[in-house]
Design a protein around this ligand. Structure first.
Ligand SMILES: [Zn+2]
Length: 532
């Protein structure tokens, strides 16, 4: 008995057996059940996800003796012939090797005749993007006026290479890569049906390696099973396929992030000893850092490259202690070194040096964290810091002091204003940003705020004063009287000797020095803090 490769043996025979393309199969089945079948379909999507399989199922659904039906019987003469690839009325053409206009003209001649025994003449044009321009034009003519009995199913991995005039004549169905979890479950089902056992982590590895392609995952499984069917351990599978163990990638990334050079070298040597391809390992590391950065930045529940929720949670855990900037920088280093790595005669050495360099990447602070720290510095007692450079952007600071609390003393007018600006700015960012540029003075137990000159004046009214008063109650436990006055436009005074001396003096302040260094900034203005 000859061995039938798994991809053929486990090819889906009905719409419901197709894995991971429910959005396509449900729509097609619905169209057939309701008798609304188009003359031309275009199936797009990556290789090995079921385009041709679904095309054959569609052909069976149309031509089954029990049909047209969304559940082809699989036993009638038409179903069997289509399954075996010998149905005269169902033609499968590889457009890559039949790309000339003559081929399409020939096809048009055949199409004109009624089907010999079945209901429809179905033409499956695989890799249709390979057709020449003239061939596309010839095909277009047929699609514009198809014979009543003709059905075209175009399949392509590169929909963007198919002319829009063609696409617009087709019902288009986009096939997707399978999520690793779906693919893993499918592989587990195949293993069970075949009566052999593989460790779950091996199945997950095959699924990941196949990059969402059912066909590729099954052919990897074929390779594994060609060696033996029982008692395979995970490391056997890894070694057998020359794959990179995800666990090793994870641990190497961990060592890089921990700046543990010794551990990094140890892990590289273990991957090498296990027969791991340095090239593949490098690629896997790059992908891992991309995933880390994405997991760090993406909102919860976002779809990340088909990763499972567990994988995203695992990535988030590893990324937790590191800023997105650090992760981006490591990725950038890896991407920049990729070309050199590819040309290296001793990839292992280049790999080691690159990773050692990565352990030297200093943690990069996120911008809002820098601002928070600068602001914290400005809060320190006895340090008069010019607000022009030290003031934080509103809403960028998550200071615990702004949480609602029992009645307590209002801080200094400057701090009070900044906290108000931040608090109000969450709901009204424009108002908040004007407040952040306003000037405050104490008045009784309340606050007199002078808004910046210009359009901010429209906030100087009772309504906004009441809002600030209420915000004060949230911040400091009791409402305060707050007045808002429009600022006056004043021409800037010419620089005097005194201001120049102030500039050089201020530039020496530690907090200002840090700010100038971080932002590569210089002092351009000094606004003294008004004290009561
Ligand atoms: Zn049938």
């Amino acid at each position: 008995m000859s061995y039938l490769v798994l991809a053929r043996k486990h090819r889906p025979a009905t719409f419901s057996q197709v894995v991971g393309q429910e959005h396509v199969t449900a729509t097609l089945a619905g169209a057939i059940a309701s008798g609304r079948v188009a003359h031309a379909f275009c199936f797009t999507g990556p290789r090995g996800v079921g385009k041709t399989s679904v095309a054959r199922i569609l052909a069976k659904a149309l031509n089954c003796q029990q049909g047209p039906t969304d559940q082809p019987c699989g036993v009638c003469v038409h179903c069997r012939e289509i399954d075996e690839g010998r149905a005269v009325d169902v033609q499968e053409i590889d457009a890559a090797s039949n790309s000339r206009v003559e081929d399409v003209r020939e096809l048009r001649e055949v199409i004109r005749f009624r089907p010999q025994s079945a209901r429809h003449r179905v033409t499956i044009l695989d890799e249709v993007h390979m057709l020449s321009k003239a061939a596309f034009n010839a095909l277009l003519k047929t699609l514009e006026e198809p014979p009543e009995h003709a059905v075209f199913i175009l399949a392509t991995t590169d929909a963007h290479k198919v002319p829009l005039t063609i696409l617009s004549r087709c019902q288009r169905y986009d096939f997707r890569r399978l999520a690793p979890r779906v693919l893993t479950e499918h592989l587990a089902g195949v293993c069970q049906a075949e009566g052999f056992d593989l460790p779950p982590e091996s199945l997950a590895l095959l699924a990941r390696e196949a990059d969402g392609s059912v066909r590729d995952s099954l052919s990897l499984l074929d390779q594994v099973l060609s060696v033996g069917r029982q008692g395979l351990r995970h490391q056997d599978v890894v070694q057998l396929l020359g794959l990179i163990d995800h666990e090793m990638v994870w641990r190497t990334a961990e060592a890089v992030l921990a700046a543990d050079a010794g551990q990094v070298l140890e892990l590289v040597s273990r991957v090498y000893a296990a027969g791991g391809e340095m090239q593949a390992f490098y690629g896997a590391l790059m992908e891992h850092f991309r995933n880390l950065a994405a997991a760090k930045s993406a909102p919860p529940g976002a779809d990340l490259f088909g990763l499972t929720a567990e994988e995203i949670a695992e990535l988030s855990r590893q990324a937790q202690a590191h800023s997105p900037e650090t992760l981006h920088e490591i990725f950038d280093h890896l991407a920049a070194g990729e070309e050199m790595f590819r040309r290296a005669s001793q990839p292992r050495l280049v790999m080691e040096m690159t990773l050692l360099k990565l352990t030297q990447v200093r943690p990069v602070l996120a911008l809002d964290e820098i601002i928070t720290r600068l602001a914290a510095g400005a809060e320190a007692p006895g340090q008069a810091v010019p607000r022009a450079v030290a003031d934080p952007q509103p809403a960028a600071v998550q200071s615990p002091s702004v949480q609602p609390a029992a009645a307590k003393a209002m801080p200094s007018p400057e701090t009070a204003l900044r906290q108000l600006a931040e608090f109000v700015g969450r709901g009204e960012p424009v108002f908040g940003s004007y407040l952040a540029r306003a000037v405050a003075a104490g008045r009784g137990d309340g606050l007199a705020i002078t808004m910046p000159p210009g359009p901010a004046a429209r906030y100087c009214n009772a309504e906004h004063e009441a809002k600030l008063s209420a915000a004060a109650a949230d911040l400091w436990g009791a409402p305060r009287a707050v007045s808002l006055t429009p600022g006056r436009e004043e021409p800037p005074p010419p620089p005097t000797r005194q201001t120049l001396e102030q500039v050089s003096g201020v530039a020496e302040h530690p907090a200002v020095r840090v700010a100038m260094e971080v932002f590569e900034a210089e002092v351009v203005a000094i606004n003294p803090i008004e004290q009561k």
